[in-house]
Design a protein around this ligand. Sequence first.
Ligand SMILES: [Zn+2]
Length: 642
Amino acid sequence: MPTSTTPVIHPNPTGATGPAFSHQPQSVTRLVSSDDTAPAEVTALLSMSVAELLAMDNLRAGERLRGAAAPAIDVACAVLQWPDLATFAAVLPEPKSTKGKGGRRMDYPPLLMLIYTVLERVFRSGAQVDAEMRNPINWLRFRVAYHQLTGVWLREQPMTWAQFEYYRDEYLAPKHTKGQPIDDGIYDPAKPTVLQQLIRHLGVVSVELVRALGGFPDEDIDLQTPNRLNAIHGDGSTKKANSGVREFIDTFADGTTQTQLYGSRATVGTPRVQTVFTDSAADGKTGVGLNMVGLYWRHPELTDSRVVLFTGMAPGAEKEVALPAVRQVRGLIGDALHFLIYDGLFDGLPIDELLVEGVITVNKAPQADTGKKATTRASNRTRQPDNTPTAMKIATHRADGREIKTAAEKKRLRGAEFHHTVRTVLDDPGYRDPVGQRTFLTPSGKAKQKATLVSFDFDPAVHELADGTECRHGLVADDQALWEWTLDEVTGEKVKTTREPLERVGAARPRDDAGCYYLQLDFRIPCRHGDFVHRIVLRPTLGTRRQRNRATRLLRVLPEAYTEAFHALFDVRNDTEGANSSYNKTLYIQGRAQSLDPHAQLLDWLAWALLNNALTYVHHLGTGLEAGHKPKKTRKAPRAAA
Ligand SMILES: [Zn+2]
């Protein structure tokens, strides 16, 4: 399909003197040396048919698709290797025109519209997709890939971005109107939006993809040695607003109000304004933009194995979207979902709500705010840590006699001093932490002294001795783990009797008569009269939304203090940072939302998820493997016990 911009090439049929060009640019002619014969491979290439050229696919089973550079058109066509992508057609609305109700004529299938959202993530802007698809060889390659996926041949004319935008705004993600609820992506069975149906379908096909990669094995839960394949992880990430222009309502002394735009430098026309923002104060964070929430699975030993199971958007507190999202995904996975790995924002009632359904939440307990401005806790006082970097005494002068003045240098010295002090404390074998504080080294060797937000007193463990008397052991949950405590006669403070939390010898997740799951944890209590096993039963308490001080929320299956087991499972959470970074890289301006409208932003986020999952499929299960290409050796050695 030559156009006026495409030079027409007529390979010389005899092939004796190399190719002849009908329009040879002047500059090229001058560069050509006197013996004007093209190298043999150039002649060979120019003599190849289009079919032969297309067969020279340089995809290597997707191995270059991530990280290393790959031609964007290769990535775009690789996306179409994911067979489940075709099944999205079933949840896409048919445009009215093809139903015979009039309206603009649709010459392209709805599935192509969805794939164009993914292409925008590959090429990073709609204008670029437009340009790339207008290149005849690109459009031909894309059509071939589309035909292989669906059995349908697309038209000879590439779809324009304007045609896509019409369908997007009309059907895929209609713009949010002021005063109407914002679509957060959670499936509403009564009246699901197209976006919600797409996100739910993403979950359906992604669970199958995870299973194909060896995830969600149908095994009974093991709380003592958790299986990482039965865990999902999640996080939210705020994307900067597309536009810095914001709308404020100013109120004047006489009571009148006026809507004003701030931050606009426009002198003509209407500035672009993003009007919907996440209420970041709900999570105690700062930042301006929308919080995109994702749930993921990743094979612990395979690189490039991330699968996105849910994409959503939190207009308020993150867990208000994360909890129903986990439930939605739990509904698709079934009993094979054992663990949710999240950050400290996921606390309170959601932990109990998930426990009822058998899902165990794994996260780090947030550190208590012991600053002067923090709310006073008369009922449950937070203990100040013994050592804080701000209170450290440090040197005032350098070795050369000059005074240490800069804040940065003081901070560095205090940090070093803190590390040194805490290490010294930990080197003393007789040292015991008081209840409300935990002193430890992180796996990377950083010294920490953590003030616990809330400690929880359990009934003492009582056992009868041979002479008929009772022996009592005080128990407390601190930093999510269980400890025995005694009273320090000198300080009058509760002190833990051991450096490490009590050893847990057994854990089960039985179900009660009502079908609710609960926890049954067995701990070994050391005693000079003979060790014994003490059982603690944790039943979820529902309906107490704000209370953090429930046993189920303060004594957890995998506390951070069980360092090896905790990090073996929890460290997959770092992958969420990889996911955020990977999404940011597909945005035209890195880290800044591509669209003003919140629903369009959610569609962008979903499109990235489709791209991610398609590339995971190609990398591990793609057709390149059948063609004899070998994937990189991606299996990493499992994390060894320290
Ligand atoms: Zn005892």
